[in-house]
Design a protein around this ligand. Sequence first.
Ligand SMILES: [Mn+2]
Length: 324
Amino acid sequence: MNSLAEIGRVLRANQRFAILSHVRPDGDALGSQLALGLSLEQLGKEVAIWNEDGMLDKYSFMAGAERLSRPPSEPQDFDVAVALDTATQNRLGTAAAAIRTAKTWVNIDHHPSNPRYGDLVFIDPVAPATGQILFDLMCAAEMPVDPAIAENLFVAISTDTGSFQYPNTTARTFEIGAELIRRGANVGRLSQLLYESYPLRRVELLRDLLSTMRIAAHGQVASFSLSLELAAKLGVKPEDNEGLIDHLRAIHGVVVAVFFEELLEGKVRVSMRSKSDAADVCAICERFGGGGHKLAAGARVRGTLPEVEQRVLAAICDVIDCNS
Ligand SMILES: [Mn+2]
């Protein structure tokens, strides 16, 4: 692994950058991309900020949101391509294909399952968000952190920590949060935009998902499922799902929460959350070809919705003590 100082020197020494992150981006992915992109631009660099899915409506309020676009169909040449918050290189999707050449690939992430692809690598599996690592990088490299950049880093950290609540949130996370507020992030405004501005469609989705809720393993496992039919009926957008699983995790006694989402082409997207180190959902998801963090992981599993539900719930029961 490389030091943040080393990575900072490479950022300063080069001119043309592509800043990439994973498909179906979350707040950490988009906030990290914008923060690093804007900071490099202020250093006079040429920066392309690409995501396969483009900017999501939900995050379009973020400072510099218009700078993030879908990758072009014609590949381009760069000095440095940076992958942020992306556990495997193929999760970059079409954004990776739009890089014809890059002298250096940089991989900055906090997923423990990251196989450390790239020429310069910084993986901190303990960091609660890639945005937190970027703040340290910007300090180490003396890069600009203006109010727009502070706001993007704040969104990245707030969304990946469940608003500074998940167990990976440390004193350091709050210290960085405080520093970002000093540098111009407006907590009340950002929190309202992030957590109190959902479309009605998302709450209608939650209502229908809760009607599919299943409780297993004597109340330790809770799940719900989104069929293609229900998604079409409600006009659900992929970003509507983010965070809904927390309603299952919030149930007293639940250790593992699971969200099954039927995809096209005979696959099911499985998202898992755990409340206990004893139930390592990353390990469970790895059995199905996925990965993530100990307490938050996912996989894409081939099969029908009922088949995948049954196999995955059985695998969870193998891991947690279902008889207690
Ligand atoms: Mn993240």
